[in-house]
Design a protein around this ligand. Sequence first.
Ligand code: GDP
Ligand code: IMO
Ligand code: MG
Length: 420
Amino acid sequence: MKVDVLLGLQWGDEGKGKIVDVLTPSYDTIARFQGGPNAGHTLEFGGKKYVLRSVPSGIFQGNKTNIIGNGVVLDPALFKIEVEALEQSGHKLTERLLISKKAHLILPTHRLLDKCYEAAKGDAKIGTTGKGIGPTYTDKVSRNGMRVGDILHNFDQKYAAVKERHIKIFEQHNFDYSELEKIEAEWFEGLDKLKEFAFVDSEHLINDQIKSGKKILAEGAQGTMLDIDFGSYPFVTSSSTVCAGSCIGLGIPPHQIGEVYGIFKAYCTRVGSGPFPTELHEETGEKIRKIGFEFGAVTGRPRRCGWVDLVALRYAILLDGVTKLIMTKSDVLDSFDTIQACVAYKIGDEETRDFPYEIDNVEPVYKEFPGWKKDMTKMTSESQFPKEFSDYIAFLESELGVPVAIVSLGPDREQTIVRG
Ligand code: GDP
Ligand code: IMO
Ligand code: MG
């Protein structure tokens, strides 16, 4: 049995959490493979809303195994808050959430380093989520990091050495780290909570599951346009968000990857700094933000909104090897007279359909479509789709070369249509 992967094709917040939850009944195991609490994955069902940051989105449907893989970075303090909130709402996780020993720990000083480096960048700041993601992955790659497995091996000595090194950096930057003591106290409480969970060699576990015919879904965080190699560098996150990242972040051989679900919004959003060719600065952008409730699940920041960008989507599909597309939030456009899709970029006098090295100075070339002007949020089958919407999907499929297998028409689990 091969491992299926679900990942975002834009700049994050495509609705990954919702769709993973919808797909969970078809799987035995759900595994996160990269990122950390910079993610905010929202799920809604039974009139309740949940936002998951480090916990995989497969915890609500049946007693499935959920894994935090080696590619993830984990902050025990935020993990404790997340897990306790879930416990309070009746979702006990210790029996079914397993954590890779090789996942890296976001230390209290990593969170402060994130702040320190952002402040040092001035106007060129990335607009990170401030969760210590970049500094933790930096320490991982420079071989200075601490892993979950270290909690059981000589922890105090290793922690003191890393902390001392980070404090030297604060001092070099004249950075006020007086918050450290408070953050540390919460962090160590979080560590106690983390110790209630099983630390595992998840690469062995996952490969054993593959051999025994179990179905695994790898859940991505962020989106392809935030990938460290292929995203709009340097305005990206610090992990491999592309499909290949699932192999590295879980220890899966590439030939064991099956379906690749690429998820995108019917429009496009971005949080933080960086180029965004189809961004709408006027009232249409404001309208999308309002109807789509486009505010960050983690930071509450307003998300920048714009039209769907098919040049960027084609690039993401190419990199990820997407086999099935999932389109979310089409319902947000229900009241629009016309909608637009960027089909090419203009660079000077030249037009291109290929994603260029830099997207700072490209001008989107749009194709306009008539709006469907119908409330689609209560529709239960594809046969109810307005003709304009079906035509639009057919256009997307021909432009992108991959079928749209699922359409999401609202935040609730039930508002999902699997196409025949
Ligand atoms: P993720 O990070 O990819 O899991 O996405 P987020 O949870 O950060 O952002 C997606 C937002 O859109 C959440 O508030 C979801 O509840 C909501 N959502 C997901 N799918 C749909 C949809 O089809 N229509 C509408 N209106 N909202 C949706
Ligand atoms: P989910 O999984 C949207 C963005 C930040 C910033 C950049 C770097 O919910 O889709 P980082 O804290 O990772 O160093 O920030 O990446 N970013 C996200 N944007 N959704 C996310 O996750 C994001 N995670 C990081 O806003 O621009
Ligand atoms: Mg999100």
